[in-house]
Design a protein around this ligand. Structure first.
Ligand code: 13P
Length: 252
């Protein structure tokens, strides 16, 4: 059985005090959520304070990015994965479409980052997803498969225990336009079959595949009803503790 993961990506929102306040408000609201893993991803500058405040709770902390380099060195502006572990992170989001789109990340850089995360003993939330034009031209499936293959290239079966996939169709991010549960299920099925081809059936069955893109309290249930949807990566609706808690508690 795959334990669902509900993760909140706070993107470049919230000053330190706001991030800590949101985390503290969230803590009691999700304290009884044993049916899923709860992850929040604040900006770098809030990671340590948030991690300190949720320590001992069922909330895990994720970074939104890390360096391709695991080794410390002259890399101005970069943050290594073990530095994130050092401040209390257990997860790192890699290859988010906003990083692919605005910061030139390719499958090759996503692959290096993913390896850096795994080597450090953290879990990578690896994002894939097609653009609207790619869906409209009928290429969504091949785009996602290529991203997946490139991002996970060279990872062993053991490495895959530290991988969570997030399928985030770019056209659904921040647009209010969610993929229908059927569209999500279809692509999650494609992803699981692709994982079976690359790493075998057991890995495919064990890997959590999250959906992301305009997930809200009122659509989480129908998405989670799909057999291959193992959780959500939530943007906008995770910024408010109450609405994120409603998503986490979709089962209650
Ligand atoms: P929204 O939930 O705001 O559409 O964002 C999704 C996302 O990009 C999460 O990583």
């Amino acid at each position: 059985m795959r334990k669902p993961v509900i993760a909140g990506n706070w993107k470049m929102y919230k000053l330190l005090g706001e991030a800590v306040d949101t985390a503290l408000t969230l803590k009691p609201l999700v304290a009884n959520a044993n049916h899923c893993e709860v992850v929040i991803a604040p900006v770098f500058t809030a990671l340590k304070s948030v991690a300190d405040r949720v320590e001992g709770s069922n909330i895990r902390v994720s970074a939104q990015n890390c360096s391709t380099e695991a080794k410390h060195g002259a890399q101005t502006g970069e943050v290594a994965a073990d530095m994130l572990r050092d401040v209390g992170c257990s997860h790192v989001i890699v290859g988010h479409s906003e990083r692919r789109q605005f910061y030139g990340e390719t499958d090759a850089t996503v692959n290096l980052k993913t390896k850096a995360v795994i080597q450090t003993g953290l879990t990578a939330i690896v994002c894939v997803g097609e653009k609207l034009s790619e869906r409209e031209s009928g290429n969504a499936e091949s785009v996602v498969k290529t991203q997946l293959k490139g991002s996970l290239d060279g990872l062993t079966v053991a490495d895959m225990e530290r991988i969570i996939i997030a399928y985030e169709p770019v056209w659904a991010i921040g647009t209010g336009k969610t993929a229908t549960p059927e569209q999500a299920q279809e692509m999650h099925g494609v992803i699981r079959r692709s994982l079976a081809e690359s790493h075998g059936r057991d890995v495919a069955e064990a890997t959590r595949v999250l959906y992301g893109g305009s997930v809200k309290p009122d659509n989480i249930r129908s998405l989670m009803d799909q057999p291959d949807v193992d959780g959500a990566l939530v943007g906008g609706a995770s910024l408010d503790a109450e609405s994120f808690a409603q998503i986490v508690n979709y089962k209650v």
